[in-house]
Design a protein around this ligand. Structure first.
Ligand code: TYM
Length: 332
């Protein structure tokens, strides 16, 4: 079996619909045919300030959400990044083959550091994509299921894999980003040319999976559309309508063309009401399942401990090989 690997940060009280449709939906599917490694990158989370109590809680809620969405710990390895020290260890080695200019060109770093001010932005934020490359390369996955916003980071991971292989001998698999056509970028409901993100100025365009479904339905009914009346997929000229069609199609399994046909002669109110309905249907049972997984903390800890142990079996061997190739003395 080929391997896949991906991660999702524990930086909010809930995952959002963009996370689910862009990434997590494929995580669940890929478990059938791949040896899957999924993890919660808490080391990445602290590249921006986090309250320690919140971080601990959100890490557990993140794990519970992944389980509730269908990640099955008997088939997939589910773990927390900080419990596998090899990630930080490989990141150091990769930092030492990454160019300063190369890291400076990462658009996500430029955006985030501009928001915080260059003085407030940390060195951790700067080397964030190098740690991400370490996360990936340690497991030699062939594919990395992510949304569009991670494409540049994936490119860097590929570059570093190739560079290390050339310099020290073939060690890493050069991974491919895997994206779902159509949903690799879900847009903000209020600003449908920007991606849906927890760090948008307002929450009005954000759908959190664990929010009260009534709140989410209302946000969908208030989504920005346009001044026409036609329900048609046209990303360029009708970004709001196209986003709603994408969301409804992905959640219901009905193709966009079939949706368009069904809406002939109908209005935006119908599109929004139907989209809100399928969303409510999706999130309602999910919330209950998350609560169930959170109600047994001992079991949750057991799952994550077992996941970290399995992850270390793979990552420790790859790290030992890397240490040897760069010229470090063997460890006892
Ligand atoms: P994160 O935690 O921001 O997001 C998790 C996943 O959700 C995707 N995503 C979206 N997809 C479609 N539309 C959107 N609006 C949207 N917003 C987010 C992201 O692309 C991602 O796949 N750096 C990563 C975490 C990470 C990682 C890794 C991922 C750390 N190490 C190794 C893969 C492999 C991140 O911050 O994702």
């Amino acid at each position: 079996k080929q391997r896949v690997l991906s991660g999702i940060q524990p930086t909010a009280d809930s995952f959002h619909l963009g996370n689910y449709l862009g990434a997590l939906a494929q995580w669940v599917q890929l478990q059938d045919d791949f040896d899957a490694f999924y993890f919660i990158p808490d080391l990445h989370a602290i590249t921006v300030p986090q309250d320690p109590k919140d971080l601990r809680k959100r890490t557990k809620v993140a794990a519970a959400q992944l389980l509730a969405l269908g990640i099955d710990p008997s088939r997939s390895t589910l773990f927390v990044q900080s419990q596998v020290p090899e990630h930080a260890q490989l990141a150091w080695v990769l930092n030492c083959i990454t160019g300063f200019g190369e890291a400076s060109r990462m658009t996500q770093f430029k955006d985030k550091s501009a928001k915080q001010g260059t003085e407030a932005a940390t060195v951790g934020l700067f080397t964030y994509p190098v740690l991400m490359a370490a996360d990936i390369l340690l497991y030699r996955p062939h594919r990395v299921p992510v949304g569009e916003d991670q494409r540049q980071h994936l490119e860097m991971a590929r570059d570093l894999a190739q560079r290390f292989n050339t310099r020290f001998g073939k060690t890493f698999v050069v991974p491919e980003a895997q994206m779902i056509k159509g949903t690799s970028k879900i847009y903000d409901l209020q600003d449908p040319t920007s991606k849906m993100s927890k760090s948008a100025a307002s929450d009005a365009g954000l759908i959190n999976l664990l929010d009260d479904p009534k709140v989410s339905a209302k946000r969908i009914r208030s989504a920005v559309t346009d001044n026409e009346r036609e329900i048609r997929f046209d990303r360029e000229n009708k970004p709001g309508v196209s986003n709603l069609l994408t969301i409804q199609s992905a959640l219901s399994g009905t193709g966009i063309e079939d949706l368009e046909k069904g809406y002939v002669g109908k209005g935006y109110g119908d599109l929004k009401a139907d989209t809100a309905d399928v969303l409510v249907e999706f999130v309602t049972p999910l919330r209950a399942k998350v609560d169930e997984f959170l109600s047994d903390q001992a079991e949750l800890d057991r799952i994550l401990d077992a996941g970290a142990e399995r992850a270390r079996e793979v990552s420790s061997r790859v790290l030992a090989q890397v240490y040897d190739r760069v010229g470090f003395l063997p460890q006892k």
